[in-house]
Design a binder for this molecule. Structure first.
Ligand code: OGA
Ligand code: NI
Length: 387
């Protein structure tokens, strides 16, 4: 299908609020993404219709992603460790995706994390808006019309939390603060989920270090303190899924993503020049490298393009934990990964600067790190010109 090739597009610098004109064109259309209405709507508002060359292929072939037995790796048997390191090295050089099983996260916790999503997303829009994301922030409830863009909107709504391991009960406090006491147990559950993800991410960081010939502690130390994000993705059904995308093509600007998708399926990865689907496997996490980790490895490990498609019948849910560095910690590659054959690929930066760039200038897409590196270099040369 011609639609399966990605198109590189730089999003305008100017913030584009959904103009009244753009919305008025679709008279009778809701001004907000109200899932309870849009899910059964057969006239898809134009803002959600993707251009022909970016429309999804719903029957993409399956990508077979290598599986890591994290439990066996943690036991430290030297054969299991070197096998896991080899598999991860190959996957991350190729596309940056792998599966993790035997990770020790309680399946009851994962099930609850999916079930609790219904409690929030089935609320009236006005209730959800109590936790509405503020302009320039990455946390809270967001749906298409709260963003800066008025075209190629994603067919989803999200609830995101900030998670820092050294700030006690941050997720729980957030929920109680914005949604009230009734959401204390809800906040507690996602607090627990973040703590479990933080632990798994540190273990994976140990494996990633070994796989690059670095010390096991190298990335664990780097990410021991972190400023991460948990995002609950809620994709309502769509009566014309061939026109829309749940999440448009992008690489994650963050460092490492640990995703749990429900049994519906919809995640797609661009590898070997075409889109592939990633089948859900109960009990497995899909792990992928993000732009910031690609920079930390000086480009050895790839942050790969992915997206999510929606379907006509059913809601789809996923939980994405994005491990990120501390906001002001310099992101610079390990010395051993900068060689004569592989010189520096990206300038030093901070996660705070990249996050701001994706919030203020540029929609996270397939070229974020390249565009951001160029921007950093321009800023640096401008600063040099000012005496
Ligand atoms: C994301 C993402 C994919 C999915 O949230 O960054 O890529 O399957 N999600 O929900
Ligand atoms: Ni993503």
């Amino acid at each position: 299908m011609v639609h399966c090739l990605p198109k590189v597009s730089v999003i305008q610098d100017k913030p584009m609020l959904p103009s009244t004109a753009a919305v008025a064109k679709d008279e009778h259309r809701p001004l907000a993404f109200d899932a309870s209405i849009l899910g059964s709507e057969s006239n898809i508002p134009s803002q959600f219709i993707w251009p022909d060359d970016e429309k999804p292929c719903l029957d993409a072939p399956e990508l077979v992603i290598p599986t890591i037995d994290l439990g066996a790796f943690l036991l430290g048997d030297s054969l299991a460790v070197s096998k896991a390191a080899e598999v991860v090295n190959e996957a991350c050089k190729k596309h940056g995706f792998f599966l993790v099983v035997n990770h020790g996260v309680d399946s009851g916790l994962i099930d609850k994390a999916h079930q609790y999503m219904d409690r929030f997303f089935s609320l009236q829009l006005s209730e959800k808006h109590k936790a509405k994301r503020k302009v320039g922030e990455s946390y809270g409830y967001a749906s298409s019309f709260v963003g800066r863009f008025s075209s190629k909107l994603p067919w989803k709504e999200t609830l995101s939390f900030r998670y820092c391991p050294h700030t006690q009960n941050i997720v729980q406090h957030y929920m109680v603060n914005w949604m009230g006491e009734d959401f204390r147990d809800f906040g507690r559950l996602y607090q627990e989920y973040c703590e479990a993800m933080n632990k798994v991410s540190q273990e994976i960081m140990g494996l990633l270090g070994i796989s690059l010939g670095l010390d096991q502690a190298y990335f664990k130390d780097f990410f021991e303190q972190n400023d991460s994000i948990l995002r609950l993705n809620h994709y309502p059904p769509c009566q014309k899924p061939e026109l829309t995308l749940g999440t448009g093509p992008h690489t994650d600007p963050t460092s490492l993503t640990i995703l749990h998708q429900d049994q519906v399926g919809g995640l797609q990865v661009f590898a070997d020049e075409k889109w592939h689907s990633v089948a859900p496997i109960p009990g497995a996490f899909v792990v992928n490298v993000g732009d910031t980790f690609m920079a930390l490895t000086n480009g050895f490990y790839k942050s790969c393009l992915h997206r999510a498609v929606v379907n006509i019948e059913t809601v789809r849910k996923s939980l994405a934990f994005f491990l990120c560095p501390k906001l002001e910690r310099p992101v610079t590659p390990a010395a051993g990964l900068v060689t004569a054959d592989n010189p520096r690929k990206y300038p030093d930066f901070t996660w705070a600067a990249l996050l701001k760039f994706t919030q203020n200038h540029y929609r996270a897409d397939m070229k974020t790190l390249v565009a951001f590196s160029k921007w950093v270099q321009e800023q640096e040369s401008n600063n040099k010109l000012i005496p």
